[in-house]
Ligand binder design. Structure first.
Ligand code: FAD
Length: 656
């Protein structure tokens, strides 16, 4: 974490100084906003947290509940999501309180006595070490709390506006605030009264029964709820030995349980198979009592027993596999002719079973994908066409997820005798581990993602996939650390220059690239607004192949040591060397001749280029950037108080 460069910070450095619309932020919902987010679930809260880093952008997030979510809903946090939490600064804290999944146990009927279950396999959770982060279980409410804290501490001082229900919207293209939204006060002194808010963009993060989705004429297509599960978060006493291990349990009677141990050492969740939903009498399953769910659980666990002492939460969960054909308000025939103004994210555009633990995770990645794009467009960094990539990228991800989830939940619902191969379930689980962990997403070539013509130079950073971090040593202070962990959710592009073998200052290819980046009008850095820190929009880092002892920091090109803040201090934290115990060049298959890796603000690899490909580097960024905006920055986005002295862009604020 970097701070003090705008002057001494004596308090918690995580609390960023208020700036822009965060100074005197009105407590009441304003009549006009840049972005109105509907719904404080994981998708909406991540989007809001990301936008809270853009102090020039007025973002408000409304929620029909009167306050925070207290309990229930999702709890599975895949490793990709923990990586994302790291970018929002709370991975360590949430890991400390969460349950960590390291193994999954499989229980099946004992062939000698099918009325009893026995353990048949135990599989490690992440055998291929896809991520340095763990797979966690923690209640959705806590995840939302952390995002709320992040946005409250951000320059915009954001907090959710509770007690507003979205009713309807209309879009009038061409107006400054084209979306007119009708809300209803659901609590407080104005309860029952309507409220109109105008917005430049609306994000529908309002869950599976989304009214925003309805308002833009999207429908969820696909299978309705077909299979019902009783879900209960309970405190219980049991002689089942794997109660603190994630288990897929299949009984001889045909019922099954997915057991998820929970945070805190005592609580656990059970998804208990309630069978097929009768399409002519859906109410029958929905009214299953908690007593019936517990009785069914005991039946499946036989010969073990479950003595439930406390029920924290329970529900009947019967979500089907459904998907909308577009995630924004642009009809297929209109694509390219108008700007999307309304977006839908998360459960509003895709629903799937709980068994692969995806709902909350995929929803958050929707929010991550969209929010930085909105920030860049609203700040004037990027053209509006960038917004078309949201629906284009995320619809495919959701489709793939639904296909995967269908397969997994069909397997989970099968009776043991229906399997040709007795280990089919655990084999599928191990074979597809990368999918539920969140790492199968690979964005296709677009204005944002290159065609990967130079992929051979960086085999371990597949273009379109998330940037997989690796250890390095920071030259200035010899600290071993993870390169990717310094990519915070600040809306900046990352450009990693993996150097050629020559030392800095020798006229090497790396030195020449640095010179071009620093001075060429074609360089992406040239788009940075006048007066802002040189790294305000692009976080440029260099990684040398040598040991840090051999790198002369003084000889490293200045562009890798930018001046920052009002005192024009040198940022020493962008120059790295390889870790002798884990060489990033070997780990990620990097060409020793050097390579440039461009990473999007949402952590996905966008391009891989040779050090000499300056023309291609310029061409890649050209459509993503507006021409240089000289002295355009409004003083209203400057941070207040002891740190605010020079013009800076929102994401060039302190505490990066
Ligand atoms: C009751 C329930 C139980 C669930 N149980 C599980 C589970 O056991 N396991 C699992 O993996 N997943 C479960 N899920 C799904 C999981 O929680 C979602 O996949 C995930 O939360 C999706 O995130 P989201 O942000 O898209 O939507 P949500 O988390 O659903 O958030 C939507 C938010 O929008 C608000 N909202 C809705 N309509 C309006 C409106 N008109 N105006 C204003 N605000 C509105 C809602 O109050 C809510 O806060 C459950 C979901 C629900 C609703």
């Amino acid at each position: 974490m970097q701070f003090h460069h705008h002057g001494y910070v004596s308090g918690d450095p995580r609390v960023q100084p208020a700036a822009g619309v965060g100074i005197d932020r009105p407590a009441e919902l304003p009549d006009e906003v840049d972005v109105l987010i509907v719904g404080t679930g994981p998708a909406g809260m991540l989007a809001a947290a990301q936008l809270s880093q853009f102090p020039g952008v007025t973002t408000r997030i409304v929620e029909r509940r009167a306050g925070r979510l207290a309990i229930g809903q999702a709890d599975g946090i895949q490793a990709r999501t923990v990586e994302t939490f790291q970018a929002f600064g709370f991975a360590e804290r949430i890991i400390a309180e969460a349950y960590r999944i390291t193994e999954t146990a499989f229980w099946k009927p004992d062939p000698a006595d099918p009325s009893r279950i026995i353990r048949t396999a135990r599989t490690p959770d992440d055998p291929a070490e896809i991520s340095e982060f763990p797979h966690l279980v923690v209640n959705q409410a806590r995840v939302l709390d952390y995002f709320a804290e992040f946005m409250a501490n951000s320059p915009t001082r954001m907090s959710p506006d509770y007690g507003f229900e979205f009713r309807s919207l209309s879009v009038a293209d061409g107006e400054e605030y084209p979306v007119t939204v009708t809300l209803l006060h659901t609590s407080g002194p104005h309860e029952g009264q309507e409220r109109i808010v105008r917005a430049k963009y609306v994000v529908g993060a309002d869950g599976a029964r989304s009214k925003v989705r309805q308002a833009i004429g999207c429908t969820l297509a696909g299978g309705q709820a077909n299979h019902a599960w009783g879900v209960m978060d309970i405190l219980a006493v049991t002689d089942f030995p794997d109660i603190r291990i994630k288990c897929a349990i299949q009984s001889g009677t045909g019922g099954s349980i997915l057991l998820i141990p929970r945070e805190g050492g005592h609580l656990f969740r059970m998804y208990v198979d309630l069978g097929e939903v009768d399409p002519n009498n859906k109410g029958a399953v929905r009214s299953t009592s908690i007593e019936d769910i517990i009785a069914k659980a005991n039946e499946i666990l036989h010969p073990y027993t479950l003595d439930v002492r406390n029920i924290a939460w329970h529900s009947v969960y019967e979500v089907g596999h459904r998907l909308t054909d577009r995630f924004d308000d642009v009809l297929p025939e209109q694509r390219g002719t108008r700007t999307p103004r309304v977006f839908i994210t998360g459960d509003a555009c895709h629903t799937h079973s709980a068994k692969a633990g995806q709902g909350m995770n995929v929803s958050m990645q929707d929010g991550f994908n969209l929010a930085w794009k909105l920030g860049h467009v609203l700040e004037g960094r990027s053209p509006q066409s960038l917004l078309d990539t949201y629906s284009e990228e995320r619809q495919v991800v959701a489709k793939n997820l639904i296909d995967f989830d269908k397969e997994w939940s069909t397997l989970m619902a099968k009776k043991p005798e229906e399997f040709e191969d007795p280990s089919a379930l655990e084999d599928f689980y191990v074979r597809t581990a990368e999918f539920p962990a969140g790492f199968m997403t690979q964005y296709a070539p677009s204005m944002l993602v290159s065609t990967a013509g130079y992929q051979n130079l960086a085999a371990g950073f597949p273009v379109g996939k998330r940037f997989k971090s690796a250890p390095v040593v920071r030259v200035a202070d010899s600290n071993p650390l993870h390169l990717g962990h310094h990519a915070t959710a600040d809306g900046r592009w990352r450009i990693y220059v993996f150097a050629d073998p020559a030392l800095p200052g020798t006229g090497s290819a790396t030195d020449k690239l640095a010179e071009w980046v620093a001075v060429s009008p074609e360089s992406p850095l040239a788009a940075t607004p006048e007066g802002a820190d040189a790294d305000a929009w692009f976080d440029l880092k260099v990684i040398y192949q040598q040991s840090h002892h051999n790198i002369d920091l003084g000889a490293v090109p200045e562009v890798f040591k930018p001046e920052v803040g009002p005192f024009k201090l040198t940022d020493y934290e962008k120059v790295y060397a390889t870790d002798p115990t884990a060489d990033i060049f070997d780990l990620r298959g990097l060409d020793r001749g050097g390579v440039v890796v461009i990473v999007r603000p949402d952590q996905y690899v966008a391009n891989v280029l040779p050090l000499t490909a300056t023309a291609e580097l310029a061409a890649y960024f050209a459509p993503l950037l507006q021409p240089r905006r000289q002295k355009e920055l409004s003083s209203s986005v400057l941070p207040e108080g002891p740190i605010a002295h020079s013009a800076t862009t929102p994401s060039a604020l302190v505490n990066r």
